[in-house]
Design a protein around this ligand. Structure first.
Ligand code: PEP
Ligand code: MN
Length: 360
């Protein structure tokens, strides 16, 4: 932090500011410029809110020079964080980019199984599906709750897929983490601090979606809560932000991918479904995300999107999904970062995650 003093700051004013700092044990260095004086804080501010000094007489502005997040910052942890799933599948770093696919909401066993079969056949290892849904209207479908989680788990095991599902309430996190392989914190809950603290206390990886009105810094501060709780397995997810542009549901911020990669070591994936809100644009934004270096994608797919109980307009049909996967593989090859595509394997009549001969 640097405290820039006003051009006309008087010695008694500077003295008062200096006393404020020293009385709180905050060390600083005074630099006298030709026109202005600057006080540079040395080391920690000891938890004091130095920004509030901006209102003291003689202070022009208080400037932050280092990032407010530490654990999620690249400077504190130069190597990429790589998350390793129980079978050795890796997310982040130089690992192949992953695809998470499935319906917005779990609606029925038939819907989940049909979707799982198609996406798994296309080589996808991670299935999404909401059982607890954050809906704008209290009259909209709210999800099947724990019955939905049972369905996800059953079908996930059947097809050898990891389950990604959302938790909305801190109290439900331990129970949801029993079913989920990755626990999602949705956009609306990015700054639900009790929820962030709770997912910080579990072992399972957390998919932290960016708030629609959040800056990258606020998003990394939210990740900081989870890391500070002891859970280092955080995957960030860019899912579109609200801007003045009304032609799409949100504005996909693909630039956030290289920006986050510079500022943080955490893996980052992109959700082109919520970002665009329209299935016709999902594939192009997905391709863009892979091209700019995303560690993966999360995409909504439904057997009959026009009858979906949530987010039908942005859900891909099976046909569009298969087409998108083919295109993604080509983009991934072009940028020299393969896409994780693992064909379905059957062993003793059941689908398995990996044939024993295939090593990660
Ligand atoms: C979802 O994944 O279905 C969802 C509600 O996403 P978001 O939190 O990004 O709106
Ligand atoms: Mn959705």
């Amino acid at each position: 932090m640097i405290i820039v003093l006003e051009r006309g700051a008087t010695e008694p004013q500077i003295d008062q500011i200096s006393k404020y700092l020293t009385s709180r044990g905050i060390r600083f260095e005074r630099m006298n410029g030709r026109l202005q004086t600057v006080l540079g804080i040395v080391g920690s501010t000891g938890g004091y809110d130095i920004a509030s000094l901006a209102t003291m007489p003689g202070v022009q502005e208080v400037v932050r020079v280092s990032s407010p997040y530490r654990l999620s910052s690249r400077s504190a942890h130069p190597e990429d964080t790589v998350i390793t799933m129980p079978d050795g599948t890796r997310i982040g770093g130089t690992a192949p980019s992953i695809v998470i696919a499935g319906p917005c909401s779990v609606e029925s066993e038939d819907q989940v199984r049909r979707t799982a079969e198609i996406v798994r056949k296309a080589g996808v290892r991670f299935m999404r599906g909401g059982a607890f849904k954050p809906r704008t209207s209290p009259y909209s479908f709210q999800g099947l709750g724990f019955d939905g989680l049972e369905l996800l788990k059953k079908v996930g095991e059947e097809f050898g897929m990891y389950i990604v599902t959302e938790a909305m309430e801190p109290a439900q996190v331990p129970a949801i983490a029993e079913y989920a392989d990755i626990v999602q914190v949705g956009s609306r809950n990015m700054q639900n601090f009790p929820l962030l603290k709770q997912v910080g206390s579990i072992e399972k990886p957390v998919l932290l979606k960016r708030g629609a009105a959040s800056t990258v810094e606020e998003w990394l501060m939210a990740a900081e809560y989870i890391l500070a709780g002891g859970n280092n397995n955080v995957i960030l997810c860019e899912r579109g932000i609200r801007t003045f542009e009304p032609s799409l549901r949100f504005t996909p911020d693909l630039a956030a991918v290289p920006v986050v990669k510079k500022l943080s070591h955490l893996p980052i994936i992109v959700d082109p479904s919520h970002a665009t809100g329209r299935r016709e644009f999902v594939s192009s934004i997905a391709r863009g995300a892979i091209a700019v270096g995303a560690d993966g994608l999360i995409v909504e797919v439904h057997p009959d999107p026009d009858r979906a109980l949530s987010d039908g307009a942005q859900s891909l049909t099976f046909e569009l999904f298969e087409e998108m996967m083919g295109e993604l593989v080509r983009v991934a090859d072009a940028v020299n970062r393969p896409l994780l595509v693992e064909p379905l394997h059957k062993k003793d009549g059941a689908f398995v995650r990996k044939p024993s001969s295939v090593q990660q």
